[in-house]
Design a protein around this ligand. Structure first.
Ligand SMILES: C=CC1=C(C)c2cc3[nH]c(cc4nc(cc5[nH]c(cc1n2)c(C)c5CCC(=O)O)C(CCC(=O)O)=C4C)c(C)c3C=C
Ligand SMILES: [Fe+2]
Length: 424
């Protein structure tokens, strides 16, 4: 297309009516229906309980598991991993203690120290950009990576039984600078600046103690999974995501929280698996919607399984059409990931959309920060082994980042994350 402006536009002469006419013509050229939907799909009205209340706050202490796991997903995330730069057990202990008390303050909507010190020579303890924004449902969830539980820190005997690096998986296309980490911080809030501020100031603490330095990070938006009582959000593919997520306590106890085996301090802990998954967005956007529906096994607008009409209809993975073909293809994402087809395995998904702007080809660079919680990393590995080899979605995604962390239970008031490891 020529860079030269249309003479009328150059003279600023397009009327509003002409512009609108152009937009509708563009829509029909792309075969986008502007009014009616096929399949009678109307979008569900928002759940009236699913409201943002920026004064809402959660406590850091005294939950079953840490906040930020069963907490209904907030709208934004800032996720960061850290490399330990210390080799002393005491520095690690101090960092976890200082992080814990700072997080407790931040989750109340407070600052973590003076923003404007009285002395002229003073450097602020808190950087200040979240002042007056409210707690905004902030949760900060702390994870411990495999290297924490080594002889370097005298913590080998405290290693959670199932803690290990994830196995190599068929979908892996990892960028080393987006993998691993010795510690993770997952900050979620209904205001992006509140989440950003929390991570920024916790990273400052890490640096000032000399114990850890930043490794990789993702800032995400538009929660791509639903919690109890929330309407199902959409991912960047435009599909409802989280319809069949874990929401009931019985399922949390069965699939998410560690309830048996291991020492008392690990009970109600969980394993956090994080994957940065790039979406080949521009190629997806040229695909027919009927094909997109087959990729997921659901209808794009309503979220209903291809064998049903409403979002929460149970998919029938065996149902065939008149020609004897499965209605939900065997390679559809939900067919390969469902508990019905995976010996009953379930995981809690708590993902977010992300964007990294444009890539060096000037294409949209975006994806899904997939986060799952499970009592055994093998739950994730089993599902991803199947998805990675046969999922129709693989044409449109690449797994480029990865991490695994043990998330200890929430500390008791006045204590800190992982305190029991240092006492024994
Ligand atoms: C290994 C686990 C999974 C990865 C990785 C994963 C990636 C991924 N998923 C979507 C979008 C959707 N996933 C949906 C369902 C779904 N996905 C997983 C697991 C992984 N997904 C499970 C266990 C399920 C539930 C399956 C079922 O029981 O039916 C859906 C459908 C709606 C829903 O139930 O949530 C969508 C949409 C993307 C975009 C993605 C990677 C980019
Ligand atoms: Fe999925």
């Amino acid at each position: 297309m020529s860079d030269k402006l249309h003479p009328a536009r150059e003279a600023g002469k397009f009327s509003r009516r002409e512009l609108l006419k152009g937009a509708v013509a563009g829509a029909s050229a792309l075969a986008i229906p502007t009014v009616s939907y096929a399949h009678g799909q109307a979008t569900a009205a928002r759940d009236p309980e699913d409201k943002i209340d920026l004064s809402r706050q959660y406590s850091f202490y005294g939950h079953e598991g840490q906040a930020g796991i069963s907490t209904p997903p907030q709208r934004h995330i800032m996720f960061m991993t850290f490399d330990l730069t210390t080799t002393t057990r005491q520095n690690l202990q101090v960092l976890l203690a200082r992080w814990s008390s700072a997080i407790a303050q931040l989750m109340k909507g407070g600052t973590i120290g003076q923003v404007e010190p009285a002395r002229d020579s003073g450097v602020g303890m808190d950087t200040g950009e979240a002042m007056d924004l409210g707690p905004a449902s902030l949760t900060v969830t702390v994870g411990l990576g495999p290297r924490v539980f080594t002889d370097t820190f005298g913590l080998t005997q405290h290693k959670p039984v199932l803690m290990r690096n994830l196995m190599q998986l068929p979908s892996d296309d990892m960028q080393p600078e987006l993998t691993g980490g010795d510690l993770s911080l997952q900050a979620c809030a209904d205001d992006p600046q509140v989440a950003y501020h929390a991570i920024r100031d916790l990273a400052r603490i890490a640096k000032s103690t000399g114990a850890a330095q930043t490794r990789w990070t993702v800032m995400g938006f538009g929660r791509a999974s639903a919690g109890k009582g929330q309407s199902t959000p959409r991912n960047l593919f435009g599909f409802k995501d989280g319809t069949r997520n874990i929401t009931e306590k019985a399922d949390f106890d069965k699939y998410v929280w560690i309830k048996d085996g291991g020492p008392a301090w690990q009970q109600n802990g969980s394993y956090q698996v994080v994957r940065k998954i790039k979406i080949h967005i521009e190629s997806w956007d040229t695909d027919r919607v009927s094909d997109q529906n087959n990729v997921f096994g659901r209808h794009k607008v309503s979220g209903a399984p291809l064998t049903g009409t409403k979002e929460f209809d149970t998919p029938d993975f065996k149902k065939k059409d008149a020609d004897g073909n499965l209605i939900i293809p065997a390679t559809a994402h939900i067919s390969l990931a469902s508990h019905e087809n995976n010996q009953g395995i379930k995981i809690l998904r708590r993902s977010y959309n992300y964007t990294d702007g444009l890539n060096n080809m000037a294409q949209l660079d975006a994806g899904l920060l997939f986060i799952s919680y499970q009592k055994d990393p093998a739950q994730f590995e089993a599902l991803q082994t199947r998805l990675g080899s046969s999922d129709a979605l693989n044409e449109y995604i690449s797994h480029i980042g990865s991490g695994i962390f043990f998330v200890p239970p929430a500390p008791k008031e006045g204590s800190y994350i992982g305190a029991e490891m240092f006492e024994a």
